[in-house]
Design a protein around this ligand. Structure first.
Ligand SMILES: [Zn+2]
Ligand SMILES: [Zn+2]
Length: 542
């Protein structure tokens, strides 16, 4: 008899990995345990016949749960100790494996949960926070690792007896599903009027749908933040939002019930259909059809409209009751500030701008705007890479010897952390010209480092512009962490990002990005560069 101590890394927490390993070990007649580790990895210790263990390890890779990604499996063999009589899921360990793993992004409601939610015989009938091991919020509710309920914003909702039974039953789909809950023990939705007074309604989601169809503008708290929602078929309603939020031109994202309904106002090709229905559920920019019945004011002056399918129980229910073909679902934020996530700040900031508030009592830990994708030349291109993708890394073609934190420039910022060949790009942060957004950037850097098990980085990269607030922040953080700073020329950074994304090591590129601080101390505009990852030659510009 032998013993194998196995370290599995990748996306292995929050994706049903422990229940999967448990079943696999049982099937192979092995004893031992599986547990989550403090750096998002999973440790498995098994004892049994070597042949069986080898098959078990092969099956970990071959049969992994659909949402898991197994990057690496490290094995340490030794003689069996005989200390186990069975296989079990044991308490998580704060310590890490010393390898890079990552928590999963948020996952759209799965088909099984959706079926149960609309089944009158199910005990979660019409309960919007229904979830299981295969779906639901992850990144947006995680405070700390290892991923267990007490370290998520579900910690204030102790499981009821029925939920506990499911959570402990290895045969159940909710075995160790950390955010699981029901109407008895889980979060609740409440509807509030324009003054923030709680309304006494029997069913907040059907009431919300009715109010939307009547032309009201409603702030709706979802998974990663708060949306401003309204019907799309009434010019006056859309015009009201544009005026109240001072967004004269920016296209509004919309949400529609299903593909059949979307096809009534927009064209969908196979690739777009795949994106729309993926568990990441991004907003996809679709071409409007010739008989599009949505108000021209939804995306004024352009021939496309951003559409997503519902991704949480809250959205599914509202769209189930609603009659409009699509509803505006645009991030609720005021004048360039981060999207609102707290109930009281939403009421305070949106008073006078919306007619009602549909809010719930689960805290959003990591704010995450919707991702926006458009098919360009037959491949998806991101306008915004956020919910559903973060914190999944972008894999680079090279490895970095040092750990690097990169802050954005001034506008439309994200931050990135580079470990080996994994580039962890944060959710959309916004314009760091505002002090609140800069604070949010600082906080996001800290949270992401924490989730990646980093106490410090070696290098902080920032824009070359000496007067950007992000440059000051980089200097401040570098001093605290005793890290080096590296100033990067703005247009070169854009081209380097392209090279990293496409696995190139040099290119001739045009960075048509308006203003950026040049390496000669003057302001540069659109630049033509011959560049590699380290350096560039400016061969033309505006
Ligand atoms: Zn589910
Ligand atoms: Zn319950």
């Amino acid at each position: 008899m032998v013993r194998a101590e196995i370290a599995a890394t990748g996306v292995v927490q929050g994706v049903g990995f422990r229940p999967f390993v448990y079943r696999l070990a049982k099937r192979h007649g092995l004893v031992g345990f599986v547990r989550n580790m403090g750096d998002a990895g999973v440790q498995i210790v098994v004892e049994g016949e070597k042949k069986k263990i080898t098959k078990f390890i092969a099956a970990i890779r071959a049969e992994k749960p659909p949402l898991a990604r197994v990057d690496d499996v490290k094995i340490k063999w030794s003689r069996a100790t005989g200390e186990f009589t069975m296989f079990s899921v044991v308490k998580s360990e704060k310590a890490g494996l010393g390898l890079t793993s990552v928590v999963p992004p948020d996952i759209a409601l799965c088909d099984d949960c959706k079926r149960e939610m609309f089944d009158p015989a199910d005990r979660r009938h019409l309960y919007p926070f229904i979830t299981c091991v295969n779906c639901g919020p992850r990144y947006t509710i995680i405070e700390e690792l290892p991923y267990d309920r007490p370290r998520t914003s579900m910690k204030v909702f102790p499981l009821c007896a029925d939920c506990t039974r499911e959570y402990r039953d290895p045969a159940d789909r909710r075995y160790h599903a950390e955010p699981t809950c029901c109407s008895i023990c889980g979060p609740k939705l409440e509807l509030y009027d324009k003054d923030g007074e709680r309304m006494d309604v029997a069913d907040p989601t059907s009431e919300t749908a009715k109010l939307l169809d009547d032309g009201n503008v409603i702030a709706i708290k979802g998974i990663g933040g708060i949306h401003v929602a309204a019907k799309t078929t009434d010019d006056n309603v859309v015009a009201r939002i544009r005026k109240a939020f001072n967004r004269p031109q920016q296209p509004f994202a919309t949400m529609s019930k299903d593909l059949k309904t979307i096809k009534k106002f927009a064209k969908i090709n196979t690739l777009e259909e795949k994106l729309l229905t993926s568990y990441k559920r991004p907003i996809v920019a679709l071409q409007k059809s010739s008989n599009c019945m949505l108000s021209e004011l939804v995306s004024p002056g352009i021939d496309s409209v951003g559409v997503m399918l519902p991704y949480s129980g809250i959205h599914h229910l509202i769209l189930h009751y609603g009659k409009d073909p699509a509803y505006i679902m645009t991030s609720a934020n005021v004048s360039g500030l981060p999207m609102l996530i707290e109930n009281d700040e939403a009421i305070r900031n949106l008073k006078g701008k919306v007619d009602y508030f549909l809010l719930h009592d689960r805290k959003i830990v990591n704010r995450c705007d919707d991702s926006v994708v458009k098919i360009v030349d037959g491949a998806p291109a991101f306008f915004r890479r956020s919910r559903g993708h973060v914190p999944d890394p972008v894999k680079l073609a090279f490895k970095s010897r040092e750990k690097i934190l990169a802050l954005g420039a001034e506008l439309n910022d994200t931050i990135s952390i580079l470990i080996d060949n994994n580039c962890f790009v944060s959710q959309h942060i916004g314009d760091a010209t505002k002090v609140e957004t800069l604070e949010y950037m600082h906080e996001t850097a800290g949270r992401l480092m924490n989730l990646l098990g980093l106490k410090k980085v070696d290098v902080i990269a920032h824009d070359m512009h000496p007067l950007y607030a992000t440059t000051t922040l980089a200097t401040k953080m570098a001093r605290r962490m005793k890290a080096r700073t590296v100033a990067v020329q703005h247009h070169h950074a854009h081209l380097a990002a392209l090279m990293a994304e496409r696995g190139l090591d040099e290119l001739v590129g045009i960075a048509g990005d308006g203003v950026g601080y040049g390496s000669d101390g003057t302001v540069w505009g659109g630049e033509v560069m011959v560049a590699d990852l380290k350096s560039f030659e400016r061969v033309g510009g505006l």
